[in-house]
Design a protein around this ligand. Structure first.
Ligand code: NDP
Ligand code: 8X3
Length: 254
């Protein structure tokens, strides 16, 4: 029997990388994307021998490039079973009145438009085959806005709305559409958000036990292993210490 194929964007670190490794253990062939080619080669080395692996290096913002690369996949990689739209980040954390326009462009272009370009490349094949699953990684930030989160929260609210719309439009084709909205997960996320400033990024996960990338990967593993008539449409997952986007108990274990 043909092995299932998963395409995971943003698989060079964090949630995407953990998901690639986990789905490979579940027998999937893996298409992994990201801008850092060296990281994709590291991922290849971490995969068990015999796992079919196709690394694709591109920036999800580059529309023509995304459509060209994903529109011309090798024949044996075309029939993607699971698309995981994970690539994304926060850039900056400033009040709206002093926000940085380049940061805003990056978040809208990557988290929203990049997700759409990738989706547009893969969905027609799923519609033709009348099967497939799309998993969009949203965020608690898309459910509740928080101070200084403005544009990042907006980008993830857009992911939430787009996911709901996708689920309706793809309903006639039997394509399952899932949104996973994590709270605080310790990855490279805060290093990117604070542009490498460890004095700020280090504090985000101090004083409580955050989620780790593997927690999300295991939820994705559960989601893809449900029988064909079951879709976990909307999942919010938080560390136990977190009760909302802004409420984190840093005294839980003291
Ligand atoms: P990481 O920073 O560890 O990973 C982000 C991934 O996205 C990397 O693989 C990166 O690859 C890729 N990426 C970023 N920009 C681009 C781009 N322009 N083109 C292609 N790929 C890109 O963070 P996480 O693993 O935490 O983030 C993954 C997703 O989870 C994001 O959508 C994030 O918003 C979401 N999320 C994260 C939470 C957290 O607390 N960490 C909570 C809720 C949601 P590369 O740099 O090589 O291009
Ligand atoms: C990442 C979680 O709370 O830092 O989406 O926005 S948060």
């Amino acid at each position: 029997m043909k092995k299932k194929i998963a395409l995971i964007t943003g698989a060079t670190s964090g949630i995407g990388k953990a998901t690639a490794l986990t789905l490979a253990k579940n027998g999937y062939s893996i298409i992994a994307t990201g801008r850092r080619a060296d990281r994709l080669e590291e991922l290849r080395e971490e995969l068990a021998e015999g796992v079919a692996f196709l690394p694709l290096v591109f920036d999800v913002r580059e529309r023509e490039n995304v459509l060209q690369i994903l529109g011309n996949l090798p024949k044996e990689w075309k029939a993607i079973d699971v698309l995981i739209n994970n690539a994304g980040n926060a850039h900056g954390m400033d009040p709206i009145q002093t926000g940085n326009l380049d940061d805003w462009d990056a978040m809208i272009d990557i988290n929203v438009k990049g997700l759409l370009y990738v989706t547009k490349s893969i969905i027609p094949g799923m519609c033709d085959r009348k099967s497939g699953m799309v998993i969009n990684i949203g965020s608690i930030a898309g459910i509740e806005a928080y101070p200084n989160g403005n544009v990042y929260c907006g980008s993830k609210s857009a992911v939430d709305a787009i996911t709901k719309g996708m689920r309706m439009d793809l309903n006639p084709f039997g394509i399952r559409v899932v949104a996973i909205h994590p709270g605080l997960v310790e990855t490279e996320f805060s290093m990117v958000r604070f542009k490498g400033d460890e004095s700020r990024s280090g504090k985000v996960y101090q004083g409580f036990e955050p989620l780790v990338a593997q927690d999300i990967a295991e939820i994705i593993e559960f989601v893809v292993n449900r029988p064909a008539h079951v879709v976990l449409a909307d999942i919010v997952v938080l560390p136990t210490a977190q009760a909302s986007a802004t409420l984190v108990n840093k005294n839980l274990n003291s």
